[in-house]
Design a protein around this ligand. Structure first.
Ligand SMILES: NC(=O)c1ccc[n+]([C@@H]2O[C@H](COP(=O)([O-])OP(=O)(O)OC[C@H]3O[C@@H](n4cnc5c(N)ncnc54)[C@H](O)[C@@H]3O)[C@@H](O)[C@H]2O)c1
Length: 440
């Protein structure tokens, strides 16, 4: 597949200026028309999308994006693996033939595809949905290049990554670019309604949060005969902490995000916890744990008790409970509050995956950028801190964790490069050992 992006003639700036001026002018003329639609009526205001990471979520996000606005086109795609890109493109073309306009010259395979998408002056919006490890560098490249971004969760796997995301989010603000996070519960109507009340004090001061994400096991994609170690780990990224952040980061971040929301997105002072790998003993499960329990302590005296487990045959539970001085909020169990100010959400919630893209494209059309950067970084950092306390067996402060120099990354990226975690002669990967593993 070709890997070079095509040259373009008009400048990014002039295109954006057009979008902005046509929006304002048409909006003024069209009165009741929504601003996006008004802009549409004014001429060629197609918003062009580039997708980075064409797996399950990336493909889904592309559909959500194409559904979100009447005048968008998917024009470029990048994935580490050619087969992932091809199957995603085939499926998308079938599902939305009128909105998919990706030719061979705009399909990029390998580690650097995102650079071509960011360099492509025709592209307005970049969807980032690779494995979490790559998010900080790809987000920075997209914002540096002046793109609006949809950014899947989690947004990093280590302290340096979080610091990079926070800096990039500030840059997006300065450039008036939209940065919408894939922490989708923030865009779910029932959750928004109940959380609004929690934040406004309906349950009083939040004293304790029980945050639970206990599920069974997930996929494993096996090892192909000609896989290098890097290719094997990239294919099975979930099981390598340097790529996924561990499952408390990759999956449980959704719950930690709601907990953080309830705490007004203020970081905790410190955390301690315990975790391990009881059933994930086979080397094929890489180096991540299968259970984590973490206690986060806040300045107010409040605590977040966080649990996540991925073990087959055990009780599954995905819930968020907030206990306050005036009541209790059960988010996923009916979006309800009991106590002094009872509430139960009785409306309907449209797809939160669609809603986050509707918000993104509306913000671009209206020239009123959304920036979810801070909360997506804080919520991800909660998960990273949780992994750090469990891997080391130590109590670690927020400041220590976010300022750590521990960078989970290889020297460079390439199929023949050694990943940061290598198997021993028996094929076993080194697993973090509480009490032995050190904070870097
Ligand atoms: N918001 C949600 O509810 C939700 C749901 C599922 C997944 N996710 C998130 O979406 C992300 C992707 O998950 P998924 O389930 O789609 O996984 P996946 O394995 O199906 O897809 C990831 C894709 O990214 C590609 N990729 C990895 N590194 C790359 C790189 N450097 N450049 C280009 N492509 C690269 C992989 O080859 C793969 O095709 C994860 O961060 C995951 O946590 C979010």
């Amino acid at each position: 597949m070709p890997r070079k992006s095509s040259p373009r003639t008009d400048s990014d700036c002039s295109r954006r200026d057009f979008l902005k001026t046509s929006t304002v002018a048409a909006g003024a003329l069209a009165g009741g028309l929504g601003i996006g639609r008004a802009a549409h009526a004014a001429g060629d205001d197609t918003l062009k999308i580039g997708l980075v990471g064409c797996g399950g979520r990336g493909t889904g996000a592309a559909v959500n994006a194409m559904r979100a606005d009447p005048n968008v086109k998917l024009v470029a795609m990048a994935d580490a693996f050619e087969d992932r890109l091809k199957s995603s493109l085939t499926g998308l073309k079938k599902q939305m033939p009128d909105k998919v306009d990706v030719d061979d010259d705009h399909c990029y395979v390998g580690f650097d595809g995102y650079k071509h998408i960011c360099d492509d002056k025709d592209i307005d919006v970049v969807l980032l949905a690779t494995t979490p490890h790559f998010r900080p560098m790809q987000l920075k490249a997209a914002i540096d290049a002046g793109k609006h971004v949809f950014c899947e969760k989690p947004v990093a796997v280590d302290g340096p990554g979080i610091r990079s995301v926070l800096a990039t989010a500030e840059e997006a603000k300065k450039k008036k670019l939209s940065l919408v996070s894939g922490l989708c519960w923030r865009y779910h109507t029932g959750t928004q309604e109940v959380m609004k009340r929690v934040v406004d004090g309906a349950i009083g001061d939040v004293m304790a949060v029980q945050s639970t994400y206990n599920t069974g096991t997930l996929w494993h994609r096996g090892r192909k005969e000609d896989d290098t170690e890097m290719a094997y780990q990239m294919r099975n990224w979930y099981y390598f902490a340097w790529l996924s952040g561990d499952h408390n980061c990759e999956q449980h971040v959704h719950s930690l995000d709601k907990a953080s929301w309830a705490m007004n997105d203020q970081p905790p002072l410190k955390a301690w916890g315990l975790g391990g790998r009881q059933v994930r003993t086979d080397p094929k499960w890489g180096d991540i744990y299968d259970h984590h329990a973490v206690v986060y302590q806040y300045e107010s005296g409040a605590r977040v008790y966080s649990f996540c487990r991925q073990q087959a045959g055990c009780k599954s539970e995905v819930t968020d409970h907030f206990f306050g001085t005036k009541g209790h909020c059960d988010v996923l169990g009916g979006y309800q509050i009991t106590g002094e100010n009872p509430f139960k959400f009785r409306g309907t919630s449209p797809s939160m995956y669609d809603a986050e893209h509707v918000a993104l494209f509306e913000s671009i059309r209206s020239g009123q950028p959304i920036n979810n950067g801070r909360y997506m970084a804080i919520s991800t950092m909660l998960a990273v801190l949780g992994r750090m306390v469990n891997y080391t067996g130590q109590e670690i402060t927020w400041e220590q964790a976010i300022n750590t120099e521990e960078k989970l990354a290889p020297e460079s990226y390439g199929w023949d490069v050694d990943p940061p975690t290598m198997p021993d002669e028996n094929g076993r990967y080194p697993v973090a050992m509480p009490g032995v593993t050190k904070i870097v």
